[in-house]
Design a protein around this ligand. Structure first.
Ligand code: ATR
Length: 281
């Protein structure tokens, strides 16, 4: 038996997966914490995620991350789920339990909240506006409601989808849905979970949602400024942040679930930022 076969294996599954930063992040966490493990990126066929995952576990895999487009399928195959995963309807972290059962967790929203706290100290009393009502929004709502915020307002281009999320989450905190013509006040935090930045667009919104104290957070990240954050700066936001901190934050939560030690986010985040800046060069 080679030493490598004794090393705990982890992986991220997605399609596409080539540009995933997760192997870099988890290897850096392992180096920083002294944990001995390997972490690879696995391209699962679109119709073969479950088989690919089960093969990985059968070959000694201990845990996995799951990304687009398999988060909902991963949710369905779990034997047990955390509350975050149950309410998100999706998982990004899988843990192989004793006896072979698979536990699913969703650390995306926890990573977002950790990143917001890193910048603001506390979220207690904050009024938060969340833009979008897709999977990224849904995965963030429970951790936001559990973070001490005063209220959460959802806004989505298709209003009915925001209303459906309010129905799901209203037992867990103060959450409502507003159409754009009902949005007039400035919020403490405005989070963009829509995929609009992918196509360099910005959701149609009144600038009155942004005040001089508003923190704007785009879950997307690009080499420069995302289109949403450019809009937010024009509108006078105090601070704009992109989703790179959320990416490293969710990874740190996954790592902690697997290894029992929560790694420091800052060093890896700085390394990723300078790497991106160099590529933009
Ligand atoms: P994800 O899993 O990344 O959340 P998704 O489930 O496809 O992706 O959801 C995409 C979200 O971005 C939706 O809220 C979508 O709004 P609709 O529900 O109205 O489709 C939102 N979105 C995408 N492009 C947008 C745009 N140009 N302006 C506003 N919202 C946009």
């Amino acid at each position: 038996m080679t030493p490598t076969s004794l090393t705990d294996r982890y992986a991220v599954f997605g399609n596409p997966i080539g540009h995933s930063k997760s192997p870099f992040i988890h290897q850096a966490f392992a180096n920083a914490t002294g944990e001995v493990l390997t972490y690879e990126a696995i391209l699962a066929p679109l119709d073969g995620f479950e088989q690919s995952l089960r093969d990985f576990f059968a070959q000694g895999g201990k845990g996995a991350n799951v990304t687009v487009p398999f988060k909902e399928e991963a949710y369905r195959l779990c034997d047990e789920l955390s509350d975050e995963a149950k309410l998100a309807g999706a998982v990004n972290t899988l843990i192989l339990m004793a006896g072979g059962k698979i536990r699913g967790e969703n650390t995306d929203g926890l990573g977002l909240v950790a990143d917001l706290k890193r910048h603001l100290g506390t979220l207690v009393g904050k009024r938060v506006l969340l833009l979008g009502a897709g999977g990224a929004a849904r995965g963030s709502i429970l951790p936001l409601l559990n973070s001490g915020i005063e209220s959460l307002t959802l806004h989505n281009r298709t209003h009915e989808k925001a209303l459906a999320l309010v129905d799901i989450f209203s037992d867990y905190g103060t959450v409502d849905a507003k159409k754009s013509d009902e949005l007039d006040d400035a919020y403490d935090i405005v989070i963009n979970s829509t995929s609009s930045s992918l196509s360099a667009k910005v959701p149609e919104l009144p600038v009155t949602i942004i005040g001089p104290e508003t923190l704007c957070y785009d879950m997307m990240y690009v080499k420069g400024l995302t289109s949403f954050n450019a809009w937010a700066q024009q509108a006078g936001a105090k601070l704009t942040l992109d989703g790179l901190g959320m990416l490293v934050g969710q990874a740190a939560k996954s790592f902690a679930l697997w290894r029992g030690v929560e790694p420091d986010v800052e060093t890896v985040l700085n390394a990723l930022r300078s790497d991106m800046a160099e590529q933009a060069g």
